[in-house]
Design a protein around this ligand. Structure first.
Ligand SMILES: *[C@@H]1O[C@H](CO)[C@@H](O)[C@H](O)[C@H]1NC(C)=O
Ligand SMILES: *[C@@H]1O[C@H](CO)[C@@H](O)[C@H](O)[C@H]1NC(C)=O
Ligand SMILES: *[C@@H]1O[C@H](CO)[C@@H](O)[C@H](O)[C@H]1NC(C)=O
Ligand SMILES: *[C@@H]1O[C@H](CO)[C@@H](O)[C@H](O)[C@H]1NC(C)=O
Ligand SMILES: *[C@@H]1O[C@H](CO)[C@@H](O)[C@H](O)[C@H]1NC(C)=O
Ligand SMILES: *[C@@H]1O[C@H](CO)[C@@H](O)[C@H](O)[C@H]1NC(C)=O
Ligand SMILES: *[C@@H]1O[C@H](CO)[C@@H](O)[C@H](O)[C@H]1NC(C)=O
Ligand SMILES: *[C@@H]1O[C@H](CO)[C@@H](O)[C@H](O)[C@H]1NC(C)=O
Length: 302
């Protein structure tokens, strides 16, 4: 009985495998309309690049697909208002949202990870439905958006490579939970009121922050390259666990009157404090014992 069943099962399996190869991989699949989406709907995993056509329907809802081994690109489309998928979870390559002036609804409640997540020149969606736990990206790039906050993004992953949040003039809140940034973190050109909180960051290869009102890096222990902070209004800059900076430590044009860098022992590069008009007291550097150089511009009394 079993022996007679097995061959037919094998035929079914190989037919399935064949269908999957035929439909579920393609160098590039372009989504224009419902028919293109229906073709994809039978694939749980698709291998290749999925591109939303520049003249697609206004609403693109992708059912069924869970894993994309490749890139997902929605760009240069002035019609797209809604991009949604109840199933989309993992995209191994890059997810690019670029030049989507009327995007208002980004509903990806199952999304969990991407190689790169890249927003470029998009308005803040009025609806954004992302699940909140265990998000992981290697790179997050947010450039020239009108986002006020990074809605739905928590990035609890232990490690990421690059964080680039640049030229988002309305951005008020950045609060991300990654443990390490193995390459660089750059957060510049945000609103002057931006509050940056990286509560779990313990290590960054390099960190550059400009424009904002407050910076909180409660667990940051070491920066291998340089650490640069400029044009931040807050009267204090807090990195109470920081012990080591492998490059220069630059703090310039900031409003701070006190520092809390009391664990900082070693700055391999130069310590440069320039044009911080309120900063007269350097007692917040009580452990500093090794510096590669020193440039202090201002009037210091302590
Ligand atoms: C695969 O790509 C070709 C060329 O872009 C396209 O004509 C075809 O419809 C695609 N097949 C699927 C299943 O997406
Ligand atoms: C969208 O258009 C811009 C400007 O023309 C271009 O630089 C960019 O490469 C385009 N994006 C994609 C994904 O084709
Ligand atoms: C956003 O898109 C989702 C999925 O297509 C839909 O269920 C929801 O109603 C949309 N929300 C709004 C406010 O349009
Ligand atoms: C930034 O976004 C605005 C629209 O919000 C657009 O007009 C401008 O071209 C974008 N700049 C760059 C450098 O992409
Ligand atoms: C990050 O830190 C916050 C506050 O300390 C904590 O609640 C959260 O669980 C941490 N997240 C991760 C991924 O470690
Ligand atoms: C962050 O990097 C440090 C130093 O390389 C390492 O000891 C630590 O385990 C890393 N933490 C995470 C959460 O990956
Ligand atoms: C943002 O910070 C940079 C670096 O300090 C500074 O040159 C620039 O003027 C600031 N921009 C605004 C709008 O304050
Ligand atoms: C830093 O200053 C802010 C006000 O800008 C204040 O709320 C906060 O408690 C201060 N933090 C520390 C560690 O002094």
């Amino acid at each position: 009985m079993l022996a007679r069943l097995l061959p037919s099962l094998a035929v079914v399996l190989s037919l399935r495998a064949y269908q999957c190869i035929a439909q579920c991989s393609n160098a590039t699949t372009t989504l224009r309309n419902a028919a293109d989406i229906t073709q994809l709907a039978s694939c749980k995993t698709f291998t290749g690049t999925i591109v939303v056509a520049t003249n697609s329907a206004a609403v693109i809802d992708i059912p069924g697909l869970e894993t994309l081994q490749g890139d997902f690109i929605a760009a240069n489309n002035s019609i797209l208002t809604t991009l949604s998928s109840a199933t989309f979870a993992v995209i191994t390559g890059t997810v690019l949202f670029q030049n989507l002036p009327v995007l208002t609804n980004l509903t990806l409640p199952n999304w969990i990870s991407s190689g790169t997540l890249h927003f470029d020149t998009v308005p803040e969606p009025t609806v954004h439905d992302f699940q909140q736990n265990g998000q992981q990206v290697n790179n997050l790039i947010v450039r020239n958006t009108s986002f006020a906050f990074l809605a739905g993004l928590a990035l609890q992953g232990a490690q990421m490579d690059t964080l680039e949040i640049v030229d988002n003039p309305y951005l008020q809140i950045v609060d991300l939970q990654m443990g390490n940034i193995s390459q660089s973190g750059t957060i510049t050109g945000s609103s002057a009121d931006m509050v940056l909180t990286l509560p779990n960051l313990t290590y960054a290869y390099q960190l550059i922050v400009a424009n904002g009102s407050q910076i909180m890096l409660p667990r940051l222990q070491a920066v291998n390259g340089g650490l640069s902070i400029s044009s931040v209004k807050s009267p204090n800059i807090s990195a109470p666990a920081l012990t080591f900076v492998g490059g220069d430590l630059d703090i310039s044009d900031c409003g701070l009157s006190e520092l809390d860098l009391n664990e900082l022992v070693n700055v391999q590069g130069s310590v440069n404090f320039v044009n911080n008009a309120q900063l007269a007291d350097l007692s917040g550097l009580s452990s500093l014992s090794v510096v590669g150089g020193l440039e202090l511009v201002g009037s210091f009394s302590k």
